[in-house]
Design a protein around this ligand. Structure first.
Ligand SMILES: NC(=O)C1=CN([C@@H]2O[C@H](COP(=O)(O)OP(=O)(O)OC[C@H]3O[C@@H](n4cnc5c(N)ncnc54)[C@H](O)[C@@H]3O)[C@@H](O)[C@H]2O)C=CC1
Ligand SMILES: C[C@@H](CO)CCC[C@@H](C)[C@H]1CC[C@H]2[C@@H]3[C@H](O)CC4=CC(=O)CC[C@]4(C)[C@H]3CC[C@]12C
Length: 368
């Protein structure tokens, strides 16, 4: 990689490059990685927006493929210098079976690792998640913790279990010999709850508020902090890691980094109101309008309904015992590990992240 530093020589592969985060990573790479020669975008579903990227100086190669298919992954990885593996099934609502979540998130990641080893790709960045740490099943708070904060990371839900297993595979693969005899260098990035342009759950809350006459009803105490990070900064962190991994392999290889920026510490609902408020929605109540036990009951009822209706339809509401537990447990990070290890500073200030997100919500279908 060093010889090519001044020229456009590098080939990058982004798995899941058409997803919410993946698209931001793809666009960020095209803007901020001058050494790129080819950018491969691998996804189960390719977006039509890829076409507009194909007219620039970097060769953009769209590859429709499935990470669970080892041969498809190997073909996409062959000849790439860096792989950014963001593809994953992000399902905490029971839309997909635990087996499928495991297959995509764990087996898919194993396929990416093996492809790197077999084809000689040396640098692998994995998009992990805060969920690898917590909140745990005991609902213990993680208050402004860092990568070294002790916490009992115990999960039962298929999504965090799969992310934890996949992260472990990626970290254990650091140092493995790849084709050509050099060592594989890997690291994992753990975003907290990502927000920004293209965020589906924000869209869902916005539509729900519109349906309820411009109101949302507080369900979670304002004192419960939930970590959030702007998608542009998460993408930037991926680009920086990809750039620095070769030069700082001894320091960064096998490491995990929380993705953070200067977004304020707030409850999940109060944070959403930073964007939904200026778009005309109101959060009703300074305290939760329902007692917590009733929410627990409703969440359990949703699980029962999901099971009963499964033969007829997919019932997957936002509220279930898992999402309630995550939203109702403090989990925030405060760290500077990424700055110390590879000079990360957020590219977007909180004000800019907020403005961009508000502008995007205003364009969402159904907005006033
Ligand atoms: N959204 C969030 O708040 C957070 C997300 N993450 C992680 O970030 C990554 C990206 O998440 P999002 O962009 O939010 O999700 P997303 O669902 O928008 O993007 C995931 C992409 O992966 C692709 N994909 C799914 N299964 C695939 C398969 N079998 N083969 C190839 N591609 C496949 C999807 O088509 C999609 O384009 C995931 O790994 C997720 O676990 C981590 C922390 C927070
Ligand atoms: C109880 C409801 C009352 O309004 C609110 C329910 C909100 C939930 C749907 C979300 C609250 C926290 C979110 C999760 C969190 O940001 C961490 C995540 C990390 C990931 O890697 C994937 C997404 C998610 C699990 C995210 C999903 C949605 C919430 C549970």
């Amino acid at each position: 990689m060093a010889d090519s530093a001044e020229t456009q020589e590098l080939v990058y592969l982004v798995t899941g490059g058409c997803g919410f985060l993946g698209e931001h990573v793809v666009r960020m790479l095209l803007q901020r990685e001058p050494r790129l020669r080819e950018l491969r975008i691998f996804d189960l579903h390719l977006g039509p927006w890829l076409e507009e990227l194909k007219t620039g100086p970097v060769q953009v190669t769209a590859i429709q493929g499935d990470v669970t298919q080892a041969h498809e992954v190997a073909a996409a990885v062959a000849g790439a210098h860096v792989v950014i593996h963001t593809a994953g099934l992000v399902d905490v609502f029971g839309k997909t079976s635990p087996e499928t979540i495991h297959e995509v998130n764990v087996q898919g990641t194993q396929n990416v690792i093996e492809a790197c080893v077999q084809t000689g790709t040396r640098f692998l960045i994995y998009t992990s998640s805060m969920e690898v740490v917590g909140p745990n099943i005991k609902g213990q708070p993680f208050y402004r913790g860092n990568e070294n904060t002790p916490y009992e990371a115990v999960h039962r839900h298929p999504y965090p279990c799969s992310k934890a297993l996949a992260e472990q595979l990626v970290l254990e693969a650091n140092g493995r010999e790849v084709l050509g005899g050099l060592p594989l260098v890997t690291c994992a990035l753990r975003p907290t709850g990502i927000y920004g342009e293209g965020h589906q759950i924000m869209r869902d809350f916005y539509h729900q508020g519109l349906r309820l006459g411009g109101r949302l009803f507080r369900a979670i105490p304002a004192s419960v902090e939930h970590g959030r990070v702007y998608v542009g900064n998460v993408a930037w962190m991926h680009v920086l890691v990809a750039r620095e991994l070769e030069h700082r392999a001894a320091l960064m290889g096998g490491q995990v980094y929380f993705c953070y920026d200067n977004s304020p510490y707030k409850s999940y609902e109060d944070f959403n109101m930073e964007f939904l408020g200026p778009c005309g929605l109101r959060l009703v109540g300074t305290r939760p309008l329902m007692p917590y036990w009733l929410l627990v009951l409703l969440a359990a009822l949703n699980t029962l309904l999901q099971w009963l209706l499964r033969p007829l339809m997919l019932y997957a509401p936002l509220l279930n015992p898992y999402t309630l537990a995550v939203a109702n447990t403090t989990f925030t990070v405060s760290t500077d590990k990424a700055r110390r290890h590879f000079g990360y500073e957020p590219l977007f200030s909180w004000e800019e992240s907020r403005t961009r997100t508000i502008r995007w919500v205003q364009t969402v279908e159904g907005s006033a």
